[in-house]
Design a protein around this ligand. Sequence first.
Ligand SMILES: *[C@@H]1O[C@H](CO)[C@@H](O)[C@H](O)[C@H]1NC(C)=O
Ligand SMILES: *[C@@H]1O[C@H](CO)[C@@H](O)[C@H](O)[C@H]1NC(C)=O
Ligand SMILES: *[C@@H]1O[C@H](CO)[C@@H](O)[C@H](O)[C@H]1NC(C)=O
Ligand SMILES: *[C@@H]1O[C@H](CO)[C@@H](O)[C@H](O)[C@H]1NC(C)=O
Ligand SMILES: *[C@@H]1O[C@H](CO)[C@@H](O)[C@H](O)[C@H]1NC(C)=O
Ligand SMILES: [Cu+2]
Length: 752
Amino acid sequence: MKLTKMSRVFTWGAVLLMLQMAGTEPALRTPHDKAGVFADLSAQEIKAVHSFLRNRTELGLQPSKKVTMAKNSVFLIELLLPKKKHVLNFLDKGGKSPVREARAIIFFGAQEHPNITEFAVGPLPLPYYIRELSPRPGHHLSWSSRPISAAEYDLLFHMLRRAITPLHQFFLDTTGFSFLDCDARCLTFTDVAPRGVESGQRRSWLIVQRYVEGYFLHPTGLEILVDHGSTDDQDWRVEKLWYNGKFYDSPEELAQKYANGEVDTVVLGDPLPESTEQPPLFSSYKRRGEFPMPINVSGPHIVQPNGPRYKLEGHTVIYGGWSFSYCLRTSSGLQIFNVLFGGERIAYEVSVQEAVALYGGHTPAGMQTKYIDVGWGLGSVTHELAPGIDCPETATFLDAFHYYDSDGPVRYPHALCLFEMPTGVPLRRHFNSNFKGGFNFYAGLKGYVLVLRTTSTVYNYDYIWDFIFYPNGVMETKMHATGYVHATFYTPEGLRHGTRLQTHLLGNIHTHLVHYRVDMDVAGTKNSFQTLKTKLENITNPWSPSHSVVQPTLEQTQYSRERQASFRFGQTLPKYLLFSSPQKNCWEHRRSYRLQIHSMAEQVLPPGCPEERAVTWARYPLAVTKYRESERYSSSLYNQNDPWDPPVVFEEFLQNNENIEEEDLVAWVTVGFLHIPHSEDIPNTATPGNSVGFLIRPFNFFPEDPSLASRDTVIVWPRNKDGHNHVQRWVPEDRDCLRPPPFRYNGTYKPV
Ligand SMILES: *[C@@H]1O[C@H](CO)[C@@H](O)[C@H](O)[C@H]1NC(C)=O
Ligand SMILES: *[C@@H]1O[C@H](CO)[C@@H](O)[C@H](O)[C@H]1NC(C)=O
Ligand SMILES: *[C@@H]1O[C@H](CO)[C@@H](O)[C@H](O)[C@H]1NC(C)=O
Ligand SMILES: *[C@@H]1O[C@H](CO)[C@@H](O)[C@H](O)[C@H]1NC(C)=O
Ligand SMILES: *[C@@H]1O[C@H](CO)[C@@H](O)[C@H](O)[C@H]1NC(C)=O
Ligand SMILES: [Cu+2]
């Protein structure tokens, strides 16, 4: 068995954990060293892959940070998951450990026909081979589809500063800010995507903004279209400008017309407060205003008088009946694998696939924006979580290593957190009244959940990603949206596409959609999909035949093909979506798990419209497919910048319309919401009401509620002979409190 350096370390660490656990009940689970097959690449592994690739002189690799497009460089290195059948053979049947491999993406820019090529590099930890990974048959990755890099931004910024020098005076007059010699009053830009109107283009609209706190909310009224498709940045050109409702062909034209007094200008006031007495910038978090009842002391905390009640062994989490392994995939984000409850597998994988935001607007940048965030490094922008704010102080904070547009692993400190918290609502409770002013018993199960959380800050927006585990075998995923809205310059025409939020600011309408992959393995891989709904019947009342009874009956539908189990938006989704094992419970019902979706999503783009090809998964709140190795991801790094001819088209997963009865099934779930910005989105979109997700819940899977095993139950029996109520509990009552550690936040993320 090949063990990586890291897993040896884990093994050793785990021995200590096991010793500490001595005396607690052993749980049925996959041994932690086995779950290492899912572990993200360690910093050492990333370094080994990088060094191995750099040693292959024929690749002609240069540093990512070298400021040119005409270079070959390694853009991304992450774990390449082994095939499911190999992993199951290893986990369940004692087969050999699958070879550990990395996925490495190389941008070959230093050649006449530049290309992007993906490779498998292995075996880890000491790689000696490289194998090309082909995209889907008949497709090749267009050069223009690659994500934008820091070097490209550098070049764009320099090119822009050069190209718009004629506008220096115009900027100073209209905004008081500039691109040249600007110090505290600088301009910046936000680029939008897709970058053009058809495959092969790389033409980006840039929104020029004043670089102040919360600059996303400070558009100046100027938007600039730049063609940066060439690998030679000397060829890059400003193609067009839009200023306050009118188009111009060049910076010179706008500058000339401005000098001639032919431009309808909007002179922006100074955004910066002159003194500390003035109210702070509207886009700032600085406190202002007063509540009727001011609160000036700190609030409640979570305490864990007995330390955490979950265990972390390597990348595997064990909590009550639960065990699962997590992965923070650099390209797409949070994934969990091998999800077991009570020793039985419920799901093989639950993972974030994509997050998009599709906009409308009156300005070119507003109407052009269709953000497909995997193309912006969705899984890599996992910045530091603050204890007590982003997660409870008691959480376990975990670092992540990403290699994304860098030259080595970068440590993202406290990228993930894991914590148990009281939900504030009982999991179950009952007051059993005696209807005579007393009770026969009171019983309740305290509500606790385990949460695994990370965030992605994609420029202006912050997504909070949660996986939540309940003691009764229910698992939930949730995405909260927060951060700055994507906003454009206010013009009266813009009101058709959004809300005025400030003097010169329009919050553009958009829809957030998130795609999840849920590889259900309900007590084994052979599952079927069925739905339950109700149908009314009208029968003669058997005990009063002159009357009729109208009542619901159960209607069960069994789905045999992928197409049949692909539910379009607009179509009513049955309320009970069940993934069933052929096994029956003791009452002869199939042991099942139910999928319950919490979403306000709708169809946004009509099927077949140009950019929709990149997000065909967004046609379906739910699609059920048969497991295929070639269908592990519904999106890619490249869908954003070539949405017209993307390498991954979800719709193709359904084309073969495979049989889905007694097969290994995957549920693909789209959740989301329409966001019409409103004044309270200033300074930031708030999380309440802006969360979507789904649950998987046991349905005839266990003989009874499995949370009966929880020792957090409390039962109260009424006064006995000595006049006291008897309180029955299974864990001792706590009276102590522990103080949380002092607040700390570092905020740096660095190569290691
Ligand atoms: C790359 O080459 C260097 C110098 O020859 C060597 O020390 C290193 O082990 C090589 N790395 C890999 C992964 O082959
Ligand atoms: C991409 O470029 C590499 C390096 O020059 C080359 O080996 C490979 O054949 C190219 N791939 C395609 C599909 O053109
Ligand atoms: C906090 O607020 C309370 C009630 O308004 C007030 O009595 C108290 O003096 C305040 N304390 C401080 C430190 O400002
Ligand atoms: C139920 O059936 C009875 C007898 O046919 C009919 O009179 C009645 O209108 C029906 N009720 C409904 C709600 O359809
Ligand atoms: C942040 O952490 C780094 C080490 O990772 C340290 O060098 C630096 O001083 C820390 N900064 C702050 C503000 O704590
Ligand atoms: Cu939004």
